[in-house]
Design a protein around this ligand. Sequence first.
Ligand code: THU
Length: 133
Amino acid sequence: MSDIDTMLDMARKAIENAYCPYSKFPVGAVIKAESGKLYASCNVENAAFPAGSCAEQGAISAMVCGGDRKIKEIVVMGDGEALVSPCGSCRQRIREFGDENTVVYICDRKGVRKTLTLKELLPYSFGPENLDM
Ligand code: THU
């Protein structure tokens, strides 16, 4: 199985476990890190709404905890007609550990719907290099 197929399978499992009783909008995310390791997560909401977390956020935490620091690719999986692309905050979170060539696969449960680079999603971004003074 190719990495993207494995990532899609992991995202399908992650989205199944999403905790989203308020929005009823499950999201799954899977990161392929520089090491080749894959990290999955889902959105986890909270009765105090702003305390909820996005799927990408959880996958980034898992990646950092797993010892990786660089995102090569990320799958974001959600349902519905509109493309489920990372929210603004998550674009910035991905930027922290990605670069302009980081690949973002926007997916539904059937597969990849659109492939973009982080540069396309977040042009003229602000990142850690900006603070190298
Ligand atoms: N959500 C994500 O997990 N990732 C995104 O990039 C978009 C939004 C979640 C947050 C919330 O639990 C639900 O989707 C509805 O906004």
